[in-house]
Design a protein around this ligand. Sequence first.
Ligand code: TRP
Length: 331
Amino acid sequence: MEGKTVYSAIQPSGDLTIGNYVGSIRNWLTLQEEYDCYFAMANMHAITVRQDPAELRRRTLSLAALYIACGIDPEKCALYVQSQVPQHAELMWVLNTVTYVGEMERMTQFKDKSRKHADNINMGLMDYPVLMAADILLFKADLVPVGQDQTQHVEIARDIAIRFNNRFGETFTVPKALIMKQGAKIASLQDPAKKMSKSDENPNASVFLTDDRDTIIRKFKRAVTDSDDRIVVSEDKPGISNLLAIYASFTGKTTEECEKEFEGRGYGEFKLAVGETVADKLAPVQEEQKRILSDKTYLHGVLASGAERAFKVARKTISKVYRKVGFYQGE
Ligand code: TRP
């Protein structure tokens, strides 16, 4: 396992939810101890759907501060903003030429987003997986920690890497998705059949990391459950199962322990306990994020050195790729 490289990114396109927290960021904390890690703010991916420019800029910094507040150590990892490393776009262009339109049209997320943003099916939206492949392949990542919904994109990155290597000779490491078990399946509080999403139209569906205590408790109070009153994990009780999963991941207890704890108690009491636990756990992270955001010199410094670290590696890769495809690079 020694010496492996990990790459992941989050789009600064909406406020993060507790699903992103337990499903992504928190898992990265253990990875940074063992691997060479790159974590990016994927702002180039974000503009494949319309963004307000000022909001995008604000969210990019806010996300960086959040990463650090959660415990991502910028001394250990390269924490950077995707658009500050121009090789992402450069590699994407080359990879575009070994990717087929047909396979992009068949991507699940492309089809979903095309439906959702029917008035803005832009080239970038279709090219999104190629940009993501470029992110991963630039750093020769071995492992890509992602949620279930991104595994198809990692698959395509693998296909593209293999295809390029076959055509031009050994160049890229073929990456593997690292599917996060814990928290990977935190569902919407309003429709437990759906994943909790940062872009859900129903504001009660998702608990955001920026929500204050009262809001968090209120959202959990309103969470959809069912009419029987047992607090157990069960396929026919998706709402309660989801709340148990959230409670378990915020307390570090097993779901069985949580079931025992609430045996014989009512839904009202249970929901309040989940809400309070989540609010208590998030409070210090929110405090720390605020503190970091107010220290702009520090934050800009972290992002500058992250970008510099990423740039050095990316420049080597792109130079090798340009050589392989026959691009003139001067003397
Ligand atoms: N598409 C990913 C998401 O929305 C974010 C992302 C961009 C990413 N580039 C990446 C994830 C590279 C892993 C590796 O969640």
